[in-house]
Design a protein around this ligand. Structure first.
Ligand SMILES: [Zn+2]
Length: 73
């Protein structure tokens, strides 16, 4: 399972995919390595999504689903 949150960064006004393992830090790091202090992150996915995050997320998803399919068959 690819566990990310799509949140809006006030730095570039793009919605990035942030991993949940970053919780507890005072900044978030998106899949595309865009780093944002927590107070610049809005917990909304209402906006234009970061293309790099979308592509990386798609790859992760394909890997995860691919593995699950192999195990099931
Ligand atoms: Zn991004």
């Amino acid at each position: 399972m690819v566990d990310v949150q799509w949140w809006l960064s006030a730095y570039d006004n793009r919605v990035h995919a942030f991993g949940n393992e970053e919780a507890g830090r005072d900044f978030g790091e998106a899949l595309c390595e865009h780093c944002v202090p927590n107070n610049k992150i809005s917990c909304t996915d209402d906006g234009e999504r970061c293309l790099a995050c979308l592509l990386i997320f798609g790859d992760l998803l394909a890997d995860t689903l691919g593995e699950a399919n192999w195990r099931a068959s």
